[in-house]
Design a protein around this ligand. Structure first.
Ligand SMILES: [Zn+2]
Length: 515
C-alpha cells in the first residue's frame, strides 16, 4: 500500500512531459506535490479514506501553463479601462463612442484610461489625436494607450495637466508628435509611457483590488499556473504589492517578477537577486528595453554594454526586450561583451520577443546560449497586420521559432498580455500552424510540433526562470500544478487546438478553478 493521495485524478490522458513515462492515466497529489503518476490499475493503491477522487472521463491533463512574459498589473489595469482593442472598436468614431460612454459614468476631472487601440485596425488607418479624444471627453483627462505599450495619446486636458505644450523640448528617449507648422503637440506620444505614468495618479487601492480580481480569474481560467511578470517599471514597491496579493491569495498563479534596470541597486542593497523569494513569488531577471523609435539605438551600444555587464556581474539574469533586427543584434553584442568579461556557463540570459531574427543572429544566439522568449499569440492576433505592413526583409525572419529550435536554442512562450490575449492554447495553435486569425499563414515552414509548442509553455518557460527542477512536468516530487483540458492538443485536428477548453486548474495541489 502506497501512501494515500489527497487528490487523485484518473481516467485521464495525462501528458507528463517526463520522458521516463510520457503518457499515463492518473495523477496522485499529496499536499502541494505530485505524489505519483501511473496507469488506471494503480489508482486503488493511492486511495485513502480522505482522498478526493476526480474521474476525468477521458479528458487530457497537462502540466500547468507558464506564461513566460506578461504584465499582470497591466492586465488588471486594462480590464478596468475602456477597451479599444480590435475586437471592441473598428474606427475612431466607435472609439470616441466608448470613451464618451465612460465619461458619462465618471466624475468630471477624474482620469479616463482607454487601452488596446492599434491604428492598423481602425477604419481611418491613423492614430487618434488629442482633438479626437477632446470630442469624446472634454472635461476628463484621457490617456489612450496603444496596444504595443510603446505609444499613447493624451487629450488636451491630460496634456495640460502633464505640462506638455509647444514649449516642451523633445525628450531624449521619446517623441512628442507635433503639428509641423505650430509645433503644437497633437497628443500622440512615443516611448513616453514611463514619463506619463509617473505623472498620472495611480489606481486607487479599491480599483486595484477589483482589477486584480478580474485578472486573476482570467489567468487561472486559462490554465496559467505560473507567470513571469516582465514589466520595465517593476520595483521594490511592486515586489511588496505582489507579496501582499500572494499572501491574501488574490493572485493565485505563481509569479516570477523581473525588475527594471533602474531598480537594480535597490534590490542589490537588500541582498535580493534573481532566484530570491520562494515558489509562490520569486525574483526573475533584469529587464532592459532596447529601442530605435528616435532613429538611433537607445540605449547606445556602449552604454548598453555597460548596463548589461553590470547586471551580469551582480549575478542577475538579463531579460532584454528586443523587437527589430538591429536591437536583437545590439543585445547579442552586449551579452557577448559581458560574457567575455565574466564567463558564466549557466547564465540563462533571455531575449524577450526577438521578433526579427535572421540566421546569422540565430547562430550568434546559439553561441552564447541565450534563451528566446517568444509570443506565438502575436502571429494569431497580429498576423494580418504584419503581412500588410512589415517590410519583406523583416517579414522573412519574423518569429522563426522552428529555426530557433532546430539550431538547439531554448525557447519559452508567452502572451505579453495585455498586449495579446492570454490563452496558451491559441499560442500553441499559432506556433504549430503559423496561422493568423484571418487564416493567412506567416512562414509556415517555421511551424513546430505540438509537443514542442506545449513544452514552450511549460518546461521551457520554467527553464527560462531557473525553475525546471520544481515544475513544468508531471514528475513525482514536482509542484502539483496542472490543468485538465477538454481535449488532447497533440491529437485533435490542428484547427481545433485553439478551441480546447480548460476544465480545471490546479495550483499547489489545490483546485483553484473549475468550469
Ligand atoms: Zn512585454
Amino acid at each position: 500500500m502506497s501512501s494515500p493521495a489527497d487528490l487523485l485524478l484518473h481516467n485521464a490522458k495525462v501528458i507528463t512531459l517526463d520522458e521516463s513515462q510520457p503518457r499515463v492515466e492518473m495523477v496522485a497529489i499529496k499536499g502541494n506535490r505530485i505524489l505519483n503518476v501511473g496507469r488506471e490499475e494503480d489508482v486503488e493503491s493511492f486511495k485513502g479514506a480522505r482522498t478526493r477522487v476526480v474521474a476525468c472521463q477521458g479528458k487530457t491533463i497537462v502540466p500547468g501553463f507558464n506564461d513566460a512574459h506578461c504584465h499582470p498589473i497591466g492586465l488588471a489595469a486594462g480590464l478596468l479601462s475602456v477597451d479599444c482593442g480590435p475586437s471592441s472598436v473598428r474606427s475612431i468614431v466607435e472609439l470616441q463612442a466608448q470613451i464618451r460612454q465612460r465619461a458619462k459614468q465618471t466624475p468630471k476631472g477624474k482620469w479616463i484610461r482607454a487601452v488596446g487601440y492599434n491604428e492598423f485596425y481602425l477604419a481611418e488607418k491613423r492614430h487618434p489625436n488629442r482633438w479626437d479624444l477632446d470630442k469624446a471627453a472634454p472635461h476628463h483627462p484621457v490617456k489612450l494607450s496603444h496596444r504595443s505599450g510603446h505609444a499613447c495619446v493624451l487629450n488636451s486636458l491630460a496634456l495640460k495637466l502633464l505640462g506638455i505644450s509647444e514649449e516642451t523640448p523633445e525628450p531624449p528617449d521619446g517623441i512628442i508628435e507635433r503639428d509641423l507648422e505650430t509645433g503644437e503637440p497633437n497628443g500622440l506620444l512615443f516611448e513616453m509611457n514611463p514619463h506619463v505614468e509617473k505623472l498620472t495618479p495611480p489606481l486607487s487601492e479599491e480599483e486595484m483590488e477589483r482589477g486584480i480580481g478580474l485578472a486573476n480569474e482570467e489567468i487561472i481560467s486559462r490554465g496559467i499556473t505560473s507567470l513571469q511578470d516582465a514589466t520595465w517599471s517593476d520595483s521594490l514597491k511592486r515586489w511588496q504589492i505582489l507579496r501582499g496579493l500572494k499572501e491574501r491569495e488574490k493572485l493565485v498563479s505563481r509569479v516570477s517578477m523581473m525588475i527594471g534596470i533602474d531598480e537594480l541597486e535597490e534590490f542589490k542593497q537588500r541582498g535580493l537577486s534573481t532566484g530570491s523569494g520562494d515558489s509562490q513569488l520569486r525574483l526573475g531577471g533584469v529587464k532592459v528595453i532596447l529601442q530605435t523609435t528616435t532613429g538611433s539605438l537607445n540605449p547606445p551600444q556602449e552604454e548598453l554594454d555597460q548596463l548589461v555587464s553590470k547586471a551580469h556581474k551582480a549575478g542577475f539574469q538579463l531579460a532584454l526586450h528586443v523587437v527589430e533586427e538591429n536591437t536583437v543584434e545590439a543585445a547579442i553584442t552586449a551579452l557577448e561583451y559581458a560574457l567575455s568579461q565574466i564567463p558564466k556557463p549557466d547564465h540563462r540570459h533571455r531575449l524577450e520577443h526577438c521578433s526579427v531574427c535572421p540566421p546569422h543572429l540565430v547562430q550568434r544566439l546559439k553561441d552564447i546560449k541565450a534563451i528566446v522568449v517568444t509570443q506565438p499569440p502575436f502571429i494569431y492576433y497580429s498576423g494580418e497586420r504584419y503581412l500588410a505592413t512589415m517590410p519583406q526583409d523583416d517579414l522573412r525572419w519574423l518569429y522563426p521559432i522552428g529555426s530557433l529550435l532546430s539550431s538547439g536554442l531554448r525557447v519559452a512562450a508567452s502572451s505579453d498580455s495585455p498586449v495579446a490575449g492570454l490563452n496558451p492554447l491559441v499560442g500553441i495553435y499559432a506556433a504549430v500552424t503559423r496561422a493568423a486569425e484571418t487564416g493567412q499563414t506567416l512562414l509556415p515552414q517555421e511551424g513546430i510540433s505540438r509537443l514542442e509548442a506545449l513544452k514552450m509553455y511549460t518546461l521551457e518557460a520554467a527553464y527560462a526562470s531557473f525553475e525546471e527542477g520544481v515544475k513544468g512536468c508531471l514528475t513525482p516530487g514536482r509542484l502539483a500544478d496542472l490543468v485538465v483540458l477538454s481535449d488532447d492538443p497533440t491529437k485533435v485536428p490542428p484547427e481545433e487546438i485553439k478551441e480546447i477548453e480548460v476544465v480545471m486548474t490546479i495550483v499547489d495541489g489545490k483546485v483553484v478553478w473549475q468550469k
